[in-house]
Design a protein around this ligand. Structure first.
Ligand SMILES: [Zn+2]
Length: 80
């Protein structure tokens, strides 16, 4: 999954919230939400991520993953 559109985000947001997505998918979807006005209205990326982290709070790797994706997200946003 290289590119996602808004429909893909809608389809995957449930898995996203349960952190069942592969790291690559998580990054692609996060990047889409960060760059898409329509999706940003529907999904607050900070809230989404807090939910992902909370659901996997007893798994340290998930938190590391969240940090990596958030870092990538900041890099993407810095380019705008
Ligand atoms: Zn979108």
């Amino acid at each position: 999954m290289k590119q996602v559109d808004c429909e893909d985000v809608k389809r995957n947001v449930h898995e996203f919230l349960h952190s069942e997505l592969h790291e690559d998918q998580l990054e692609v979807i996060t990047a889409h939400i960060a760059n898409c006005d329509s999706c940003e209205e529907h999904y607050d990326i900070e809230i989404v991520f807090n939910q992902v982290i909370q659901r996997s709070c007893d798994e340290a790797p998930a938190e590391e993953l969240a940090e990596r994706v958030m870092k990538r997200l900041r890099e993407i946003q810095d380019h705008d």
